[in-house]
Design a binder for this molecule. Structure first.
Ligand code: GLU
Length: 478
């Protein structure tokens, strides 16, 4: 196969939001197509009208857009292809690869009960397979379904690109319905027709679809269509080894977005969740395109590891441009109900403080919370530790350093640092005994980037205002 011909697809059913597993499937399909210079398509599998929901379609497309995993063309909506699915079902019928089945619901029920009683798998017993519908007089009122003729003996082997050859005995496959009595195609049938019609060359999807592959293969073979290459990716488990589910943690991509994960970090993490290249953990988008291939997909289940995701997110936060981070922080601060007046001056403070802030944050939410003090106007609310720290002794030190700082003519970081160090020395204090009360007073917390940098960014007036406020509010009487 020439490299140019690769076409992959991500085919979500809009019965729920985009979750971690789906996003990873989309990413692998995207990367594989890009690696081969091929195309990556989106198909919304919305034929199940009762379970599909337009809101979910938007939600999924939005999540994919955020991750940069939009399809190369407009998404294909499966329900728009129903006529074609029906056409293929009739073609199979015409070619004697499928047949009408007039079994009533009661007969099917009986079939299932008998099978169960005899300890067999409940499967359709091919009653109508060799009966000519026209020669029998179907019982009135029964609209027939169309069933595909599954092979009766032998075995079917799929060479899966991840798992290698996988074989099932054909007698395990029954004559499944491809067109229901109400003339709607079944999911199994639609998938095959759609994949074939757009020329999908590689079907990369979750391992939970492996059984479907054998059933879908029957339709490909009956139509004389070439099978695509299948690659079934092992499922994702949580840190306890159980299947990742909504109950055990966040599975919805939008929740990660709200928690402040960057799309490039989530992509890098998802890429490594089940695929590897040596021991490389941090793999940029471009490098991933260069390296991605199906041979790097592991066979064992993947475990979702929050700590790893946080590490990767920290890395990408550090790499992100300060202007962009400042915008993200401002958007979050203004979304919070905190009455902050986000003026240009505040923006500038946060931008100037970004180098110090970004190395300490694991998420954009954390970054925003840590940057909040730049936007706050005095009196600052102090957290518990900061408030405890500001005892009378600390307040005295604060008054002293405030006096010294007020006399400074140049309020640059190096100058501030020099002054504070000198003040500590002259008063026989450790640097921390001066720096910590200062930090508590101007940031409201005892953890922050360099205090010298913060004071320089806040400027003399604002620094003195904050110290003054802290002193007057926290003065503790005996
Ligand atoms: N619509 C299926 C799902 O959301 C995927 C089908 C496929 O990839 O073939 O699980």
């Amino acid at each position: 196969m020439s490299c140019m011909s690769v076409i992959t697809r991500f085919a979500p059913s809009p019965t729920g939001s985009l979750h971690i597993g789906g996003a990873r499937t989309a990413l692998f399909n995207f990367m594989f197509a890009r690696h081969h210079g091929g195309r990556y398509l989106l198909r919304i599998e919305d034929t199940d009208k009762e379970r599909s929901n337009m809101r979910m379609v938007d939600d999924i497309l939005d999540g994919l857009a955020w991750l940069g995993l939009e399809g190369d063309d407009e998404p294909i909506f499966q329900h728009k292809k129903i006529e074609r699915h029906i056409e293929v079902a009739y073609q199979l019928l015409k070619n004697d690869k499928a047949y009408y089945c007039y079994c009533s619901p009661n007969e099917l029920q009986l079939m299932r009960e008998n099978a169960r009683a005899e300890g067999r798998q409940p499967r359709y017993d091919a009653t109508w397979r060799n009966r000519k519908a026209s020669l029998n007089s179907p019982k009135g009122g029964i609209n027939p379904v169309i069933r595909i003729k599954a092979p009766l003996s032998g075995e079917t082997t799929i060479i899966d690109a991840v798992r290698g050859p996988v074989t099932v005995m054909n007698k395990q496959l029954d004559d499944m319905i491809i067109l229901r009595a109400d003339c709607t195609p079944t999911y199994m049938h639609s998938v095959v027709v759609d994949d074939h019609d757009v020329g999908i060359t590689h079907v990369i999807r979750g391992e939970d679809h492996l059984n479907n592959t054998f059933r879908q293969a029957i339709i490909y073979q009956a139509m004389g269509w070439e099978l695509p290459t299948f690659a079934h990716i092992p499922l994702i488990y949580d840190s306890n080894g159980s299947k990742l589910s909504k109950r055990q943690g966040a599975v919805n991509i939008n929740v990660y977005r709200e928690m402040g994960y960057l799309p490039e970090a989530l992509n890098n993490y998802l890429l490594r969740l089940g695929w590897s290249y040596g021991k490389e953990e941090i793999i940029s988008h471009d490098r991933a395109i260069k390296l991605f291939d199906l041979s790097g997909i592991g066979r064992s289940a993947s475990r979702f590891d929050f700590a790893k995701l946080e590490n990767i997110n920290s890395h990408y936060i550090r790499k992100t441009d300060n202007n962009k981070l400042t915008d993200m922080v401002l958007a979050r601060l203004s979304a919070g109900a905190n009455n902050l007046d986000l003026t240009d001056e505040i923006r500038l403070r946060i931008y100037l403080g970004m180098d110090g802030l970004k190395t300490r944050a694991r998420t954009i939410n954390e970054l925003s919370n840590n940057a909040r003090f730049y936007a706050a106007s005095p009196p600052l609310s102090l957290d518990e530790k900061a408030s405890q720290l500001l005892d009378n002794c600390a307040l005295n030190i604060l008054s002293g350093i405030a006096q010294t700082l007020s006399e400074l003519s140049s309020f640059h970081e190096s100058n501030i640092k020099h002054t504070i160090c000198l003040f500590a020395k002259e008063n026989r204090l450790k640097l921390g005994q001066v720096a910590q009360p200062l930090r508590a007073a101007v940031t409201g917390s005892i953890n922050s980037p360099s205090i010298f940098e913060i004071l320089a960014i806040l400027g003399k007036k604002e620094t003195l205002r904050r110290i003054d406020n802290a002193c007057s509010i926290n003065k503790k009487g005996y």
